[in-house]
Design a binder for this molecule. Structure first.
Ligand SMILES: C[S@@+](CC[C@H](N)C(=O)[O-])C[C@H]1O[C@@H](n2cnc3c(N)ncnc32)[C@H](O)[C@@H]1O
Length: 252
């Protein structure tokens, strides 16, 4: 699948052309659905989202096994991946997001579970994190929402330590045309109806299939990662290609 728009362009919500406006729109949209985000995530994915995150944790477990590993879950939202990483790591796992209400939900979970995770509010395109200071960066269903994908990859590369690993879990397009059409129908018709009904924001759940449609296909994203300087780039599709997990390393 080809990327629409200019190279380096990120998400383009309907009617918005400017990067800063897009970033503001995305933050506001996630703020409006934060209270119902987890419920809808599990409902609309039939709970398969738990498996996608578990598989991601499994794929990065060699870094988590290192007691001194510095781990950052970007676009952590309500914290599910961050907590799954923390359960397998001896070190503190950091979570970061630009949307305050999502971080508040994540903070409640951290408190309830009494885990060591630490949260901070930041834009993934401009992280308040030192160069080469993180050994593992994960980003689940967040990368697609960035207003500039090339800048996002550059920022990942900047903060990763030499030899560090990044894992991007994101929606993708099923390569099988029949499944692709079925999924298209589900995501354009059923998902916005249920999502809108429960969250009160049909707009947010109409944005989801549109943003997936405009997002680079799995091969294209792998190429963008290589172009940004990542090595050993590989990806695996999950659930017939609805989701893809990309892994890449900073040359060490
Ligand atoms: C679909 S949610 C995913 C949350 C979580 N990672 C998960 O697996 O459920 C996307 C998250 O990315 C965050 N996000 C979007 N753009 C961002 C940016 N530029 N910087 C930081 N966070 C961002 C949103 O606020 C939202 O919490």
């Amino acid at each position: 699948m080809l990327t629409e728009g200019k190279p380096g362009q990120g998400t383009t919500p309907a009617g918005i052309s400017d990067e800063q406006q897009a970033a503001r729109w995305v933050r506001g949209m996630f703020g409006s659905i934060a209270p119902r985000y987890d419920l809808l995530n599990h409902l609309l994915s039939l709970n398969i989202d738990r498996y996608w995150r578990a598989r991601t944790v499994q794929r990065v477990s060699s870094v988590l096994a290192r007691p001194s590993a510095r781990v950052l879950d970007l676009c952590c939202g309500t914290g599910d991946l961050m907590l799954a990483l923390q359960a397998r790591s001896g070190a503190v796992v950091y979570g970061s997001d630009c949307c305050h209400p999502m971080l508040v939900a994540a903070h409640h979970k951290v408190e309830q579970r009494r885990v060591r995770s630490a949260l901070f509010e930041a834009d993934a395109l401009r992280l308040p994190v030192a160069d080469a200071s993180v050994d593992l960066i994960t980003i689940a269903f967040g990368f697609r929402n960035l207003s500039n994908y090339q800048q996002g990859l550059r920022e990942l590369m900047r903060v990763l330590s030499p030899g560090g690993l990044t894992a991007i879990l994101e929606f993708s397009t099923p390569p099988n045309p029949v499944l692709s059409r079925l999924y298209d129908f589900y995501s354009r018709s059923i998902l916005p109806t249920i999502g809108g009904w429960i969250s009160g924001s049909k707009e947010a759940y109409s944005y989801l299939p549109e943003s997936v449609r405009k997002f680079p296909g799995a091969e294209d994203l792998a190429k963008q990662m290589r172009d940004a300087g990542f090595t050993n780039v590989r990806f695996e599709r999950m659930t017939a290609g609805i989701v893809a997990l990309h892994l890449g390393e900073r040359p060490g």
